[in-house]
Design a protein around this ligand. Structure first.
Ligand code: PMP
Ligand code: GLN
Length: 381
């Protein structure tokens, strides 16, 4: 393994899911739902297979999905995209992130991101030979610290890699925070790559602001999303990116040699899902808000200090009251202690001290599963 990748070993999600399986624990670690997405979407995938759409789809994605992504951006955000030049279908958001970073960064370029960060950001930046510069979001409110964000920028800044709503904190960036990022990006003539995979998973009237909708930002913003989260289909790995044609073309060039194309029959099915009614989108967020409350209440009852999230399907809690000293060590011990699996937040930090005893739990699970997890955690005290 080349030295720049040697620190990446096995991801925390793979480790913790294997631990859950081995110990028969409730897996609130890796984020994936335990119920299926919209029936119309599932039927459309089966219909596409039966209709013989089983060979390579077009490289940029099937036309109906490109059009559905453009229609989605218009319907929810008022953005007008040309589906043939300003949208690209990818193998999940993961490939979208990789293809953009690899397309835009030279070795030595700097990428500004927030920590905790999604694990693929660090690995992808390393693959590109670029350098990560971070600004810390601190428990429990995870507000943007302007001074540290400013300090992360330099003349070598090539792009900002942002995630809102934010994994693992559940934070939904405010318009003012995004305006600050946008103004720094403009000042440094940097791209903004914005990972908005949790765009529809926001609660209590919180508003998701796409960076591309901020004044003057469309031309330097690449927006990434995925069907995995919105439609509870993480195993389908259908994602996409959109933005100005030159950036989309650059990502397309790289994407050709990462995977060439994504899986065929799922693409028309995701196109169907994107076109479903507002009630379907609202229903997804409503049921997750219930899961959030169930799990947050249970974690508090169990003695943890909780940062109640406004978005995503993750909650970060401080496990110090349960005796945690080192989050990774505690997460490895939690199955034995409580029969539950969570993910230590410190692994998503360069500054591990910023999250020493924090654990992320996923609440995209059935109510009975969350209740049982709560009972187990309470009895572990
Ligand atoms: N970005 C974030 C912030 C995520 O949480 C995830 C998935 N957990 C991804 C990207 C990857 O999405 P996909 O499975 O569509 O590749
Ligand atoms: N995105 C999901 C999470 O944060 C899982 C991703 C993965 O397993 N790589 O839990």
């Amino acid at each position: 393994l080349v030295p720049r990748m040697s620190g990446f070993g096995t991801t925390i999600f793979a480790e913790m899911s294997a631990l859950a399986a081995r110990t028969g624990s409730i897996n609130l670690g890796q984020g994936f739902p335990d119920t299926d997405g919209p029936a119309a979407m599932l039927h459309a995938a089966k219909a596409a297979i039966d209709a013989g759409r089983n060979q390579y789809p077009p490289g940029p994605g099937v036309p109906e999905l490109l059009e559905a992504v453009a229609a989605h951006q218009r319907r929810f955000y008022g953005l007008d995209l040309d589906p043939t030049t300003q949208v690209l279908v990818t193998v999940g958001a993961t490939e979208a992130i990789a293809s953009v970073v690899l397309a835009l960064c030279e070795p030595g370029d700097e990428v500004v991101t927030f920590e905790p960060y999604y694990d693929s950001y660090a690995a992808t930046i390393a693959l590109a030979g670029a350098t990560r510069r971070t600004s810390v979001l601190r428990f429990p409110d995870f507000a943007v610290d302007e001074a540290s964000l400013r300090a992360a920028f330099s003349p070598r800044t090539r792009l900002v890699l942002l995630n809102t709503p934010h994994n693992p904190t559940g934070k939904v960036f405010t318009r003012a925070e995004l305006e600050l990022v946008a103004s720094l990006a403009r000042e440094h003539d940097a791209w903004v790559v914005t990972d908005e995979v949790y765009e529809h998973l926001v609660f209590d009237g919180a508003v998701h602001v796409p960076v591309a909708t901020l004044p003057g930002m469309f031309d330097r913003t690449i927006t990434i999303s995925s069907a995995g989260k919105t439609f509870s289909a993480t195993g389908w790995k259908v994602g996409w990116l959109s933005g100005p044609a030159e950036a989309v073309a650059a990502a397309r060039t790289v994407k050709q040699f990462l995977t060439f194309v994504g899986s065929g029959p799922f693409q028309p099915a995701v196109a169907v899902a994107l076109g479903l009614g507002d009630d379907v989108y609202a229903g997804i967020a409503d049921s997750l808000a219930r899961g959030r409350d169930l799990l947050c209440d249970a974690l508090e009852t169990a003695g943890l200090t909780v940062s109640r999230p406004a978005g995503t399907y993750f909650v970060v809690a401080d496990a110090a009251p349960l005796g945690a000293v080192d989050g990774l060590e505690f997460a490895r011990r939690l199955p034995e202690l409580a029969g539950v699996v969570g993910v230590p937040v410190s692994v998503f930090h360069d500054d591990q001290g910023a999250a020493r005893t924090l654990i992320r739990f996923a609440f995209c699970k059935r109510d009975d599963v969350l209740r049982e997890a709560g009972r187990r955690l309470a009895s572990a005290r």
